[in-house]
Design a protein around this ligand. Structure first.
Ligand SMILES: [Zn+2]
Length: 155
């Protein structure tokens, strides 16, 4: 995949997180990888979603060195890179802070697996499994995420 078109896709993924209310302020991020080129496109740090443009996105190699862009990459870049390096089959990573997920994470409550095909969300700290990431692709990080008025951290 060409980096230019990946920039547009990653921009759209980030904006979709924002439009759907899955991120708060400038938190959260999405990235995508161009495997053949060995490059990752990721949201820049601290740029509001409402003004973000494709040229604001940062292109880095798999060691995190900036290949294109004048802004700093998301501070979550190391996590994205670990996932891309550990799982050759993934093409994108989305890091959200939905109100429900953040509330569960802050409450440190276990989420039961309701049916066999539903991804299991771990209450443990984020871990990077070497097993099949596609069988269990979602993680909820213990006590992670910003709090707003609706979040449980008020109590
Ligand atoms: Zn986060």
């Amino acid at each position: 995949m060409k980096v230019r078109s990946l920039r547009e896709e990653v921009l759209e993924a980030n904006l979709e997180l924002w439009r759907r209310g899955l991120v708060l302020y400038t938190f959260g991020n999405a990235s995508g990888i161009a495997r053949e080129e060995g490059l990752v496109v990721i949201k820049p740090s601290g740029v509001p979603y409402e003004t973000m443009k494709a040229e604001d996105l940062v292109v880095v190699d798999l060691d995190g060195r900036i290949a294109e862009g004048s802004l700093r990459p998301s501070s979550d870049l190391p996590t994205h890179l670990v996932l891309y390096q550990a799982f050759a089959g993934i093409g994108a990573v989305a890091h959200t802070h939905s109100r429900v997920a953040t509330s569960w994470a802050q409450a440190q409550r276990e989420i039961p697996c309701l049916e066999p095909l539903m991804p299991i969300i771990s209450r443990a700290r984020a871990r990077y499994q070497t097993a099949d990431a596609f069988a269990n692709p979602l993680r909820l990080r213990n006590q992670h995420g910003p709090c707003d008025r609706a979040a449980l951290c008020q109590s």
